[in-house]
Write a protein that binds this ligand. Structure first.
Ligand code: ATR
Length: 273
């Protein structure tokens, strides 16, 4: 029997998840159907319960419902607890379990696709919103030399760093305090690129052989990527790999089969998301 999964969001028409999961299903021979579902802004919980009552086996959650999904589910994995957000639901015998696969998606992209392991590296994370919070735990698990969170609203970065202090070496600051420091991996988790903008970054931020990672995708060369290149970053990447890897992790949780992400990343790049 075909098992039904979906992604909930608002808006959701732009979501690449149906394309990605259809490709995973073709690749692995898993008998699933995956659709995009627009949940009303004030009707997310109802939409989830109706989907599950209708036989839905699991779901992905995208903007703006990840925090609401966190509050909705009766059970959460440690990664979801750390992120304070849920992007994957799975229906089990004990009820709905909430996972967060964003951080592991980033880590798999960095490590496996980009050949850039995080252990022992100096890592800078720009931004202190939901996107940043979702990846801090998994980044710290891989034991970077240091993880610095920089944000426009400095206090948010400091609070976030304090909340994760027991997981490893982490600090929070404003952009001005980055002057004189350099990093091996710089990850842009701000939404500045959406408005064609760039946080006020100092020069000399990128160490030799460094990687610049733009968590957004589909925006072409963002101001962050252009700045990184002009500053000598050796490798630049956008978030397509993370998008596919977080989906692959969700597919694995649901089906117990790990799909190959490489061909799907290539497919999305060729269809220019
Ligand atoms: P998300 O869930 O996508 O992370 P968010 O919670 O609204 O969205 O957070 C957006 C992040 O981008 C914040 O860190 C925000 O900085 P502030 O906390 O100071 O608002 C950051 N951001 C957005 N626009 C920015 C800009 N033009 N320059 C620098 N940082 C920006």
């Amino acid at each position: 029997m075909t098992d039904h999964y979906c992604v909930f969001g608002n808006p959701v028409h732009h979501s690449k998840s149906p394309l990605i999961h259809a490709a995973f299903a073709r690749q692995t021979g898993e008998d699933i159907r995956y659709t995009a579902r627009l949940a009303p802004l004030d009707g997310f919980a109802l939409a989830v319960h109706a989907f599950i009552a209708g036989g839905g086996r699991g779901a992905n959650i995208t903007v703006p419902f990840k925090e609401e999904a966190f509050r909705l589910v009766p059970h959460r994995t440690p990664r979801a607890e750390m992120a304070g957000a849920v992007n994957t639901l799975v229906v089990t015998g004990v009820g709905i379990v909430g996972h967060n696969t964003d951080g592991i998606g980033l880590l798999r992209d960095l490590t496996l696709n980009l050949g850039c392991p995080v252990a022992g590296k100096r890592v800078l994370l720009l931004g202190a919103g939901g996107a940043a919070r979702g990846v801090i735990g998994p980044l710290l698990e891989t034991q970077p030399e240091t993880l610095v969170i920089a944000n426009r609203t400095v206090n948010k970065a400091k609070i976030l760093a304090r909340n994760f202090a027991h997981h490893g070496g982490i600090s929070g600051c404003g952009y001005a305090e980055l002057a004189g420091q350099s990093f091996d991996i710089v990850i842009n988790a701000t939404s500045a690129s959406l408005v064609d903008s760039l946080p006020p970054l100092p020069t000399a931020l990128f160490a030799p052989h460094s990687l610049a990672y733009e968590m957004m995708y589909g925006l072409g060369d963002t101001p962050f990527i252009c700045f990184a290149r002009s500053q000598g970053a050796e490798q630049c990447a956008d978030g397509i790999g993370m998008l596919v890897e977080q989906a692959a992790e969700a597919f694995y949780i649901w089906r117990g089969v790990r799909p190959q992400s490489g061909p799907v990343i290539a497919m999305l790049r060729n269809t220019s998301v």
